[in-house]
Design a binder for this molecule. Structure first.
Ligand code: BG6
Length: 471
């Protein structure tokens, strides 16, 4: 049974929606340096100087900055009672707080207005403090989270937003998908480093430590400043299978699991897991970790675990196995599963298993902060017949309901990209997730008009029936 206070809604992020990348005092974030076009161009451009002659998908994105009222009206029509969104750090501190005593009032006002509009419409904002968009100034000065200095700058930013929005936002998430740095350094911690670089482990595990300490400080401040607040950690989640019952494959699956649980174990249990020392030793790491850091982690664990789930991942020690894609990872193709147009293997049963694993490991409430199907949609007669998306979502709703029947405590379901937005791994909009179609193409052409897809009516029914009517 789904409880009455369950959060039904959707999820978006600032850089993938807002646009207005240099308006009202905002300065660029790392995400604003990423070009559209093919995958390689998108990633290779990370952190490079912006060339105004080229098309950068986040610069206008879907123009949520100017159109959020229209979009919130549509969310309300679907029955949303929650929306996950993020604050762009460089709207609040355009240089990340480096040389700024005071925050940018216009940036703060934007989110005040946005949260007010949501609340007026009965929609609770669930806010990610930073979603893959470190202020560019911090990347340029420190190379992102490679430096301890980032912790106090993050603290300064958190103090401002908690104080300003303490009566409007109660449910927070510190970092989007913190474990994604194990696949690609640049997104979360804003480190430009290849996975093949011999220093990759040293740099990413160090950044992970600084981020988790900053996260602990954020939890502390949030509890002190925002009455009745909850702080969540967020996992970019996969159910991980071993390809075979060969113990070597099973061991590899255990190691891959440790890579994702490393972060959640630390942030939810308040201390590094027992296997951390082995990871550090195997990788020859010498991390800057102080007793004060460990105390902060111990005293300030997160209150709940939010996670994204799109697909499962199957790992094999045989590297000749056919591979399948993910947005940041690739793995062995699982012969029992079908893949999306982007090669992501869809696995609703995996969601049920994964939720059980998470809940038995942490005994803290879960929140599905992202889930969905990226697909090429065709707009015909003012709508999109996206039965494929409805089927995907229906199967996942059934799966989380089963997990709830298993006894898992789930706070809500916030499918990703509830309105079409810019893809974070490819910079495309042709990879669409939304219930609402946005007229925009991968080169930036289009009216930006919004259209309801068939899934819009379907989700509306699902919410109205509190998850009972899934037809
Ligand atoms: C998650 C991210 O990993 O996946 C989102 O938190 C992202 O920002 C989403 O958009 C879907 O991935 P993609 O690559 O299709 O945008």
């Amino acid at each position: 049974m789904i409880p009455e206070n369950f959060l039904w809604g959707g999820a978006i992020s600032a850089h993938q929606c807002e646009g207005a990348y240099d308006e009202d005092g905002k300065k660029p974030a790392t995400a604003d340096t990423m070009l559209g076009g093919d995958l390689r161009t998108h990633w290779a451009s990370f952190g490079n100087p912006i060339d105004e002659k080229l098309y950068y998908p986040t610069h206008r994105a879907i123009d949520f900055y100017h159109r959020y009222k229209e979009d919130i009206t549509l969310f309300k029509e679907m029955g949303f009672n929650a929306l996950r969104l993020s604050i762009a750090w460089s709207r609040i501190f355009p240089n990340g707080g480096l040389d700024e005593e005071e925050p940018n009032e216009k940036g703060l006002q934007f989110y005040d207005d946005l949260f007010d509009e949501l609340l007026r419409n009965g929609i609770e904002p669930v806010v990610t403090i930073t979603h893959y968009e470190t202020p560019l100034a911090l990347y340029e000065k420190y190379g992102g989270w490679t430096c301890r200095e980032m912790i106090s700058l993050f603290e300064k930013y958190c103090k401002v937003i908690f104080t300003r929005y303490k009566n409007k936002v109660k449910t927070w998430i510190n970092f989007n998908e913190i474990n994604s740095m194990m696949f690609v350094g640049c997104l979360g911690p804003a480190i430009k480093i290849s996975r093949r670089d011999p220093d990759f482990a040293e740099v990413t595990y160090q950044a992970a430590h600084y981020m988790m300490v900053a996260g602990a400080i954020a939890t502390k401040l949030c509890h002190e400043i925002v009455p009745g607040s909850k702080m969540g950690a967020m996992l970019g989640g996969h159910k991980i299978y071993a390809y075979s019952c060969d113990p070597k494959d099973q061991l590899l699956a255990m190691f891959e699991n440790e890579k994702q649980y490393y972060f959640m174990d630390t942030m939810l249990n308040g201390e590094y897991p027992y296997y951390a020392k082995r990871i550090w030793k195997d990788n020859g790491l010498h991390l800057d970790i102080t007793d004060e850091d460990l105390k902060l982690l111990k005293e300030n664990p997160c209150d709940y675990l939010s996670f994204s789930y799109y697909q499962s991942m199957t790992v094999s020690t045989d590297d000749k196995k056919e591979q399948t894609a993910g947005n940041m990872s690739s793995a062995a193709s699982n012969p029992y599963l079908k893949a999306s147009e982007w090669g992501w293997q869809m696995d609703p049963t995996g969601l049920r298993i994964f939720m059980n694993e998470l809940y038995s490991r942490y005994h803290k409430p879960l929140l599905i902060a992202e889930n969905g199907l990226g697909a090429k949609d065709v707009l015909e007669n003012g709508t999109v017949n996206d039965d494929y998306r409805i089927n995907y979502l229906r199967d996942h709703v059934k799966a989380f309901k089963e997990a709830m029947d298993d006894g898992v405590e789930l706070l809500g379901y916030l499918p990703w990209g509830c309105i079409d937005l810019i893809s974070c791994s490819t910079g495309q909009i042709s990879k669409r997730y939304g219930f609402i179609y946005v007229d925009l193409d991968d080169e930036g052409n289009g009216t930006l008009d919004r259209y309801k897809k068939r899934s819009f009516e379907w989700y509306k029914k699902v919410i109205a029936s509190n998850g009972e009517d899934l037809d």
